[in-house]
Design a protein around this ligand. Structure first.
Ligand SMILES: [Zn+2]
Length: 494
């Protein structure tokens, strides 16, 4: 039996108070038992807690800013992001996953960018191999898209408004649902392991036809394979949904058979209270990406309302944390602060915040986080922080690790990470990969890119057309009611 020992233990943050020196016994990747201990393998002053999970991401190592895609609304940001060149997928994933591990993240969702099917199969292999090498848990969500490549159109396929647009924004050919679902099965049978799971990744209802979504729902019910998709991230997606599905988009997805505990949805910013109960009833997980929602002008997810309705919440980084550094602890704080509300009691209590950042994200990634907290039977995914640095100037009687983590925890405090009891980060260094060498190679490839990037010259005109498309309701008749967060929309400009 392997033992993970530390000075202090926060076994289930928000539920149990921190305890003194503790030893966590690990058997077959699971916590076998927790006992008081004397060893301090994790270093003096270490604070052990369950590792965080990133319930929604895309595996970008370099920021979109690197390639000229500055923060802006999603609908004009996506075509800028599409110019991002392909550096080596394996090296990119190694660098990205090692950085996440150093941030205290043991499990991550990787929803890949839409690619031709043959390319996708190769890239999936490179990324899954990187996860095995780094040692973190990865859900590879296979991107599935068969419509609305350039813009959401109310009458899908009928408008032809953007038919003149080609690659990289619109592919030359669009695979059938059967081809796309077949690719998922091929990737899953090649790469599923203890650390890696493969999921269906329909990019979002506006980007996947009903035939594709129905095929995914059928495949998921048959195989038990999980599904991850973007849902109602932006105001314009809500407006499209209201026009395309007057009966309600969530009801429509339910009729397609998509809503089940196997489904996790990212964002949900524009979900309405009337939709919360159905998501809760079906056991769907909503992964909240607070920083990303701010940076891409999407708004504030109705987190408290979803929790009140009984919806499981996860936390995602979406490659767009406030400082662009994947600091999962800072993201946790933003989630807590932005959704705390103004009542005497926080609308999002600490237990719910940590549950989202640990358990909810893990549920989205692998569907089976086990019992909550570092208790027997739970995965032995453990992060050790420098607890003395966290408590640095706090007088001893007032030291409360939970309060301190919420108030000023950052990923800079991460010392070690174990995934299924195996060491993945030691003393701030990812042990499975030579990060320095990987970074040097990636930077060399970046420096060798021919500039300007292909398509850059045509981008501003396309973005201008997109603004016109959405302003004039090309995605459907704009709705006029208040939004789900209780914030009143600005009146439409004259
Ligand atoms: Zn995303």
């Amino acid at each position: 039996m392997r033992v993970i020992a530390g000075d202090r233990l926060l076994a289930a943050p928000g539920r149990d108070p921190a305890t003194g020196p503790a030893e966590i016994g690990v058997t077959d990747g699971l916590v076998a038992g927790v006992a008081a201990g004397e060893r301090d393998d994790a270093g003096p002053g270490s604070l052990l807690l369950p590792a965080l999970a990133n319930g929604h991401d895309h595996g970008r190592f370099f920021s979109p800013l690197t390639f000229g895609a500055g923060d802006q609304p999603l609908e004009t940001w996506l075509p800028a992001l599409a110019l991002q060149p392909d550096l080596d997928q394996h090296l990119t994933a190694l660098a990205y996953l090692a950085r996440l591990a150093r941030r205290g993240v043991a499990a991550t969702m990787h929803l890949h960018r839409a690619r031709p099917v043959d390319v996708l199969v190769d890239e999936a292999a490179a990324i899954c191999a990187a996860a095995e090498q780094v040692g973190v848990r990865l859900a590879f969500a296979v991107p599935l898209q068969d419509r609305n490549h350039v813009a959401y159109a109310y009458a899908c396929g009928a408008g032809g408004e953007f038919d003149d647009v080609g690659p990289p924004w619109r592919p030359a050919t669009v695979p059938s649902p059967a081809t796309l679902v077949g690719a998922v099965e091929a990737i899953a049978s090649a790469h599923t392991s203890q650390n890696v799971t493969v999921q269906y990744g329909p990019l979002g209802p506006q980007w996947a036809s009903d035939a594709l979504l129905a095929a995914v729902a059928e495949g998921s019910a048959r195989t038990g394979r999980r599904i991850h998709l973007h849902l109602l991230e932006t105001r314009r997606q809500r407006e499209w949904a209201d026009a395309a599905h007057p009966e309600g988009l969530v009801v429509h997805l339910d009729r397609l058979g998509l809503l089940s505990p196997r489904l996790s949805v990212a964002h949900g910013v524009w979900l309405r209270p009337a939709e919360f109960a159905l998501l809760a009833e079906r056991g769907v997980t909503v992964v909240v990406n607070t920083s990303s929602n701010l940076r891409l002008r999407s708004g504030f997810a109705p987190v408290a309302g979803l929790l009140d309705a009984g919806v499981r919440i996860g936390m995602g980084l979406d490659g767009a944390t406030l400082d662009g550094d994947d600091d999962a602890f800072r993201e946790l704080r933003l989630l807590a602060l932005l959704h705390a509300g103004t009542d005497l009691d926080p609308r999002l209590p600490p237990a719910a915040v940590f549950r989202a950042a640990i358990d909810g994200g893990a549920f989205a990634v692998h569907g089976g986080p086990g019992p909550w907290g570092l208790v027997p039977g739970a995965p032995a995914d453990v992060v050790a922080l420098d607890g003395d640095a966290l408590a640095r100037d706090v007088l001893a009687p007032y030291r409360d690790d939970l309060t301190l983590l919420l108030a000023r925890g950052t990923s800079a405090l991460v010392r070690h990470l174990w995934v299924a009891g195996r060491p993945v980060v030691r003393d701030g260094i990812a042990v499975g990969v030579d990060e320095g060498a990987v970074l040097a190679e990636l930077r060399a490839r970046l420096a060798a890119l021919p500039l300007p990037l292909p398509g850059a010259a045509a981008l501003p005109a396309l973005q201008q057309r997109l603004r016109h498309h959405y302003r004039t309701g090309g995605h459907g008749a704009p709705s006029t009611d208040g939004d789900a967060t209780g914030w009143k929309r600005a009146p439409a400009p004259p």
